[in-house]
Design a protein around this ligand. Structure first.
Ligand code: A3P
Length: 285
């Protein structure tokens, strides 16, 4: 993979070049054939993608931690739209667990006539912005900004990777009444992971006993994942994740924006949020 900080633009959405190509995005959108038993882990970046990869892997192993300890997260629940996606996903046996950051309008067209399930995890956008900023300091495929204040401006612009948070969330929320769609809150998961795991199992029709649920919770905790070399991205080469500039499992908390936004910046962000989300009920966040 050629590592570049240049983004490519596809249907108005910027994605990291090298990792994505127009061909891989077109394939995911127009050619990929969704199966009825596919399960999608859909997120805006920095909203709990890797966490859900771990939880889904553990649910599908009935709480047995062997797969999460022996196989990389990106091989267990691969990204659909990346250049490696087709090879990873196309011939995988069912049920396929698939990760995507695609906005709803670029999601596979064949999904429409399938019974596949989508789990969409939302996180407080101010925390997403903080997490994204730190990620940009060591992810060599991300555009960088001088400081956090400049990063907020970038986050609130169309230039941000995978498009505006507001548009991404609003696009996916159009599915909220679909029985094959489950909306999760990262912030709620940090408060009560177990009840969210139970909710996910119910949604997927997976009947795990209490001990298996406990194991899912234990092995998907922040601490367990931070220490798991199959999930903490420590195996990614320095040309992609520049070690020493940050770690993937940074804090894993809800509300870290309070340590980064000045009152004035927070007020401005809240004003933009209110305007952009005025027709959306996200009270649960
Ligand atoms: P922070 O940078 O705020 O720590 P994604 O996987 O979508 O890129 O999201 C990354 C964010 O999720 C990071 O947030 C990371 O620490 C957090 N995260 C990953 N695993 C987690 C877990 N088990 N519990 C809580 N947060 C987790």
């Amino acid at each position: 993979m050629e590592v570049t900080r240049k983004y490519i633009e596809f249907e108005g959405i910027k994605t990291p070049g090298g990792v994505h190509t127009p061909e891989s995005l077109t394939w995911a959108w127009k050619e990929f054939e969704v199966r009825d038993d596919d399960v999608f882990n859909a997120t805006y970046p920095k909203s709990g993608t890797t966490w859900l990869q771990e939880i889904l892997s553990l649910i599908y192993s009935n709480g047995d931690p062997t797969p999460v300890k022996t196989k990389f997260s990106w091989d267990r629940v691969p990204w659909l739209e990346q250049h490696s996606g087709r090879g990873q996903v196309e011939n995988r046996p069912s049920p396929r667990l698939i990760t995507t950051h695609l906005p709803r309008f670029l999601f596979p067209q064949s999904f429409q006539k399938s019974k596949a399930k989508v789990i969409y995890t939302v996180r407080n956008p101010k925390d997403v912005c903080v997490s994204f900023y730190y990620f940009s300091l060591y992810a060599e495929f991300m555009e960088r900004r001088e400081n956090f204040q400049d990063y907020i401006t970038h986050f609130l612009s169309k230039d941000v990777m995978f498009g505006l948070w507001f548009e991404h969330v609003k696009g996916w929320l159009t599915m909220k009444d679909n029985p094959n769609f489950l909306l999760l809150s990262y912030d709620n998961m940090t408060k009560d992971l177990r009840s969210n795991v139970v909710k996910i199992c119910k949604f997927l029709g997976k009947d795990l006993d209490d001990a298996a649920i406990d194991s899912v919770v234990e092995h998907s905790s922040f601490k367990a994942m931070k220490e798991n070399n199959m999930s903490n991205y420590s195996a990614v080469p320095n040309e992609i994740f520049s070690k020493g500039q940050g770690t993937f499992h940074r804090k894993g908390i809800s509300g870290d924006h309070k340590n980064h936004f000045t009152p004035a910046l927070e007020e401005e962000f809240d004003r933009i949020y209110k305007e952009a989300m005025k027709d959306v009920d996200l009270a649960f966040l």
